[in-house]
Design a protein around this ligand. Structure first.
Ligand code: CA
Length: 702
């Protein structure tokens, strides 16, 4: 954004806010972008930060598009993002430009009215970083601050770009790059400080959030979310307090608690809220034998943005052992509860309960389950703690079939809160999972470190059972009344893993879905009013903005992410990957989406199956530990990455080994597994994949 554009924007905000100051004062204010973001709510035309405003409500005050004219909503333009893996980005709109990220952290700046490309920035990520990705090479968007665009990268860097030209201004490494840290979340900027966390809790890292000077890239402070080795001393009093809730030698496992997505900020209280992730490993009996709450895992933590100083915390899942992150989207709102106006923070974390807390103090107000839950009966209103069902702590007993599973009742897909309806719209999931203790757990830098036995949760190969699992795995759009703590309405989707949500003052709710449809609903009733076929599944969240009096609705399409990679066999054919785009709609829009030729998987005759059952069993176990999270359960690919059953390499042992052990395709994102697998292991995996090629489950389903 150039200086004139910024001043113009500020002037517009000042006028919209009824500000009576002279132009001189306004120009003076331009020096402080804090004011711009803090008053973003009054500026309906733009979308300046991840959740539109610091409250992260994802509610647009624009109301040109309504239930009465939605039938005239059509495609204004579409921009091909040039990638065929998951797109999770929320675009940012300012000064007539729209900024969006694609897979592998490529940033685009486009003309928001026409879709014309203004610049493109590619940080050139080493594709062998794939080995550290739990959940696809995704990114959730950039931050804007006073003419700068800031983006976090998969390899742990934070990069500032000139918003006008895409020229790089600074580039800093925020993690120990020897460790499997990744950044997929969008940075936020508060009072000139860029806030960024990271991911990697499935791989054994220690979580933290850092603040960097937006002008120089210098680090200002760092808040660790779990304590390190007490012998080395604690970084803060908060870590000293947290260490009392851990047992054993947790620091050897990293501990987890990564801050990989959600943040919110209240300028009046001057509190920054961060959502903290799961333990590493998941299984608490390994990580902290003997229990303990394990602070600040699965917590919402309030910090002072100037210093990173701890203010309060609320832990959603004490003694986390199920990958129940509290990194899910947090929304700030002022609600009337029992006749009193309360400043609240709301979250629907993975554990299946919807929480309303006092955001000044962290005090528990209410919670209720928004999806079926069988690990706790309820949240005790006096203590704010879950009342657990004992059998759910699988490490001390039998495997336990649980709801929600590790993908949660709600994952990263953003919710939306409409002050007009008073409802929170949740992209909800029902994903049962069998947790079982893994007595053979070994810490590894490459494979997943979860400490649960994956064989309990593998998809059944029996056709009837497979169909039963597919029927039990569900997705919904839930309209949730946060005051009454109950559902107002819901819409069933064809499968789980649907898009983030936008609500508007036009009385609409927009959401894309796994079936490749972008849909508008009546915000009050859930009635389906309009849809558009996107040719690929949508997981990202929509936004809205306005130029020259016309309201635009934008959403990034592009199927992908964790669930997609693992459970490729469970998804509808319409979700097929291959076309990541930014789709932008307006009333009277009549652009056509170019049709991309349907990709047909070649299915050659698989090599003869010669290995005996002991080799196949060993091969399955090695496959599940090393390959499953990218190439799919039972070697059924999502289509995002090569389906190993049909690769020509499968018939040639040397060629197979050159990739799996030799790293021949590292540049394409397939790292060498030489440190994990011997030549004999590699051959067992090959034989297992051959066996899977002989009985394709999805063919049987047709
Ligand atoms: Ca996790």
């Amino acid at each position: 954004m150039n200086k004139t554009g910024l001043t113009g924007l500020l002037l517009a905000i000042a006028l919209a806010a009824g500000c009576s100051k002279g132009t001189e004062d306004v120009a003076e204010q331009a020096a402080d972008f804090s004011t711009v973001l803090a008053s973003a709510d009054g500026n309906a035309e733009v979308w300046l930060s991840h959740g539109r405003t610091y409250s992260e409500q994802r509610y647009s005050p624009l109301k040109q598009v309504t239930p009465d004219n939605i039938d005239q909503l059509g495609l204004a333009w579409a921009f091909d993002l040039g990638v065929s893996r998951g797109i999770e980005a929320t675009p940012i709109v300012a000064d007539g430009r729209i900024f969006v990220t694609a897979t592998w952290n490529i940033v685009y700046a486009l003309d928001a009215k026409t879709g014309e490309q203004l610049w493109r920035f590619d940080p050139q990520i080493d594709r062998s970083k794939s080995a550290d990705l739990c959940c696809d090479a995704v990114n959730r968007g950039v931050a804007l601050w006073d003419g700068k665009i800031i983006t976090g990268t998969i390899d742990g860097r934070l990069i500032a770009l000139d918003a006008a030209t895409g020229r790089k201004l600074w580039d800093v490494v925020t993690v120990d790059q020897e460790k499997p840290y990744t950044i997929t979340g969008a940075p936020r900027v508060v009072k000139g400080k860029v806030l960024i966390g990271n991911g990697g809790a499935e791989f054994g890292v220690r979580g933290y959030l850092s603040a960097y000077d937006v002008n120089t890239g210098d680090m200002l402070w760092r808040f660790h979310t779990v304590p390190g080795n007490p012998e080395k001393g604690f970084e803060s009093d908060a870590m000293k307090m947290a260490a009392k809730t851990w047992k054993g030698s947790w620091w050897q496992y990293g501990g987890g608690g990564t801050v990989w997505d959600s943040m919110a900020y209240d300028p009046e209280l001057d509190l920054l809220y961060i959502g903290v992730g799961n333990g590493s490993p998941w299984n608490q009996s390994i990580r902290s034998p003997g229990g303990g709450d394990n602070l600040f895992l699965s917590s919402i933590v309030a910090l002072r943005p100037d210093t990173g100083e701890y203010v309060w915390h609320y832990q959603t899942t004490p003694g986390e052992t199920w990958d129940y992150t509290a990194t899910q989207h947090m929304i700030l709102a002022d609600l009337e509860i029992k006749g009193k106006k309360r400043k609240v923070i709301m979250q629907a974390p993975k554990n299946g309960f919807f929480y309303v807390l006092d955001r000044a103090t962290g005090q528990f107000i209410s919670a209720n389950n928004y999806v079926p839950v069988n690990w706790a009966t309820h949240i005790d209103p006096n203590t704010g703690r879950p009342v657990e069902i004992a059998a759910a702590r699988y490490s001390s007993g039998e495997p336990y079939l649980q709801l929600p599973g590790p993908l949660g009742g709600h994952n990263w897909h953003p919710m939306s809160f409409s002050p007009q309806t008073g409802l929170v719209y949740i992209p909800a999931l029902e994903t049962p999972f069998v947790y079982g203790n893994d007595p053979a757990f070994k810490q590894s830098d490459v494979a997943w470190n979860v400490g649960t036995d994956s064989s309990f949760s593998s998809l059944p190969t029996d056709l009837a059972q497979f169909k039963a699992v597919r029927a039990a795995v569900k997705g919904q759009l839930l309209a949730w009344d946060p005051v009454a703590q109950k559902q107002a309405w819901s819409v069933d989707h064809a499968s789980p893993w649907n898009g983030g949500v936008l609500s508007t003052a036009g009385g609409l709710v927009f959401q894309g879905n796994a079936n490749a449809k972008f849909v508008a609903y009546n915000a009050g009733t859930g009635e389906r009013l309009w849809d558009h076929f996107a040719q690929t599944g949508i997981v990202a969240a929509p936004i809205s903005y306005s130029i020259e009096g016309e309201q635009y609705i934008a959403v990034a399409s592009g199927w992908g992410g964790a669930f997609t990679l693992i459970y490729g066999g469970l998804f509808p054919a319409e979700s097929s990957p291959g076309v990541g785009r930014l789709l932008v709609f307006k009333l009277g829009g009549d652009a056509e989406l170019p049709v991309v030729a349907e990709r047909h998987l070649r299915k050659p005759t698989p090599p003869a199956l010669t290995a005996d059952s002991s080799v196949l069993l060993a091969g399955k176990s090695l496959y599940d530990a090393n390959c499953l999270v990218c190439h799919g359960d039972h070697a059924i690919s999502s289509g995002l990455l090569p389906d190993l059953r049909w690769t020509p390499l499968l018939g040639i042992e040397d060629a197979w080994n050159s990739v799996l052990l030799g790293g021949a395709r590292a540049a394409q994102g397939m790292p060498s597994f030489r440190s994990q697998l011997s030549k004999r292991d590699s051959e067992a995996v090959r034989q297992y994949v051959i066996s899977q090629a002989h009985k394709p489950l999805e063919d049987a389903l047709k």
